[in-house]
Design a protein around this ligand. Structure first.
Ligand code: PGA
Length: 255
């Protein structure tokens, strides 16, 4: 069993939810409930909540992430935020290539790769999201597609840098729909991602990479999903907005 080689990471993806004042309330509830976690706990909040999240989590075990970053350091890119800006604030993680970015904002595997490289070069930990649409699952191409997404996202990423990369498998049909992948489905694709990493970086690097599952993970199903050999944590949307539910998931990952 190689699962013990990897630290579980539970990351909340708040998406476009919570004003700074609301963020403060949620974090104050959360920090008590997850303080004894035996896994890494991250909250990826809207840009405008980053400052308050960093202040409220100071001295706690909760780390702060953003939900995207641009690939340039600065320049004429209206409304974008660069990794260097995030780093200076004290942000440690950044979600890259979430399916909502790909579907609604034109992100491609190539821009996901550029953003991943930029995040790594500033010392941020990218949470790189991959996953198939329902139609692609029905066409039987999930594994090929996810392997391709992973390969392109990681072009130019060194074996050394892979120690600071998290991959999140998020089947698009399971995100925000209440339809969770079964624990077998999640484990199967996560194992396929690990195999792709083995081909790219060798066995020992691949065995050390945290591969999360995301898509309607909640307080009820987290235990089973997180017990699977290749599921090393979760990227949690809806359930990360409720302190009690998020804490149950964190505790499930702490076993
Ligand atoms: P969900 O979202 O948990 O609400 O399905 C997960 C995600 O989009 O990261």
């Amino acid at each position: 069993m190689n699962k013990s080689l990897r630290k579980a990471v539970i990351a909340g993806n708040w998406k476009m939810n919570k004003t700074p004042a609301e963020a403060k309330v949620l974090i104050s509830e959360l920090k008590e409930k997850v303080k004894d976690a035996n896994c890494d706990v991250v909250i990826c909040v809207p840009y405008v909540d980053l400052q308050v999240a960093l202040e409220e989590t100071k001295g706690t075990n909760i780390k702060v992430g953003a939900q995207n970053c641009h690939f340039e350091k600065s320049g004429a890119f209206t409304a974008e935020v660069s990794p260097i800006m995030l780093k200076e604030m004290g942000v440690e993680y950044v979600i890259i290539g979430h399916s909502e970015r790909r579907t609604y904002f034109g992100e491609t595997d190539v821009t996901v790769n550029k953003r991943t490289l930029a995040a790594l070069s500033e010392g941020l930990i990218p949470i790189v999201c991959v996953g198939e649409y329902l139609e692609q699952r029905e066409q039987g191409v999930t594994e090929e597609l996810v392997a391709m997404q992973v390969k392109i996202a990681l072009q130019g990423v060194t074996a050394e840098q892979m120690k600071n990369v998290i991959i999140a498998y998020e089947p698009v049909w399971a995100i925000g729909t209440g339809k969770t992948a079964t624990s077998e489905q999640a484990n199967e694709v996560n194992a396929c991602i690990r195999n792709t990493l083995k081909k790219l970086y060798g066995e020992s690097v691949a065995n050390g990479v945290t591969i999360q599952y995301g898509g309607s993970m909640n307080a009820k199903n987290a235990d089973e999903l997180l017990s699977m050999e290749d599921v090393d944590g979760g990227l949690i949307g809806g359930a990360s907005l409720k302190a009690d539910d998020f804490a149950v998931i964190v505790n499930a990952a702490s076993k």
